[in-house]
Design a binder for this molecule. Sequence first.
Ligand SMILES: [Cu+2]
Length: 426
Amino acid sequence: MQDRPDMQPPLAPPNGRPYNPVVTLNGWTLPWRMSNGWKEFHLVAEPVRRQVAPGMTAHLWGYNGQSPGPTIECVEGDKVRIFVTNKLPEHTTIHWHGILLPNGMDGVGGLTQPQIPVGKTFVYEFQMKKSGTFMYHPHADEMVQMAMGLHGFIVVHPKTQGFMKVDRDFVFLMNAFDIDPGSYTPKINTMLDFNLWCWNTRVFPGIDPLVVRKGDRVRIRIGNLTMTNHPIHLHGYDFAVTGTDGGWVARSARWPEVTVDVAVGQMRAIEFTASEPGDWAFHCHKSHHTMNAMGHNVPTMIGVDHREVAEKIIRLVPEYMVMGERGMADMGEMEMPIPDNTLPMMTGAGPFGPLEMGGMFTVVKVREGLARNDYKDPGWYQHPAGTIAYELKGESPPAARKRPASTTATEPELRVRKPTGNAGNH
Ligand SMILES: [Cu+2]
């Protein structure tokens, strides 16, 4: 059982074939016991409390005290026996996404097995035919059970040591929740407009940094169990997609990327060699996904001078605040009282000021001289002198412009007749 949201150190295999264990972001690996040649794991589906970031806790469903559940690690060729105990208020199953197995072990409630009733334990037995990156999740009342946080990771290590070898191997699942400010339970009927875009049920600044030693070969395995795709972008490096939930990608079939789109129900493993020290941003490129709880019905106020209106409103509502007429960056440093159990829309402080991020954002911290198994946050990067963008002192040189400088600034470039009616539509 695990109830802390901190990243647990990788679990070195105490028996069986050796391998380099993975690191689950803000998570842990499930220990097993050996029984007559079978690796036995035990998952308990149950209600859990998960801290999404300091200041917010969600009431979810998970496995063994946590959402997502623990990572299952084993080796190609292993015979695994997985006990699944149902402590949820309704029936469930577990489907082993991407694993090649006998049909009756596939975990589709009603199709390949009866659902696991409340209070009962079912047993799944199969052999891991190939190595790779997979997931597990219910295939029973799926919309509700996935929206409540029931899912986890499976990593099958190659039998041959040295095949697809890396020094650091990170895993996380992308999941999303819609939890109203001040409440604790996700709205399970939400289809697209979620307000918490999570990696392993954590949002920035609650997501661990990925700590990497300079020179290490690094793999990051990403699974998507949200309702939309996530283009995952890494700064400072180009990388190759070396694996999917279908298997490893042959060397000759890889191409360079800096952003990998992970579609719904997909997994991607990316690899790079950590040659460049620094604090490299790593995030979903959909800018709304690096935000926490926000209202989406707020009108755009950029360029609107509403000081006069504000003065009149303040006579009626003294706390009224004028916001957004110069953009929304002010939100990153504003400390406004918020309801209990929610998070600011954009937050986090960096070494140079407010980070203005939330949701699916963290930092890959590449440092020289770390110990092999050191995943502790090393703090912010100390930039060598003369390597930080700097303010120009004195006169700025003239910038090239498309229009001749003589065009008067007041002349509009384009006249637009605004539509009337249809108020509220964009
Ligand atoms: Cu996204």
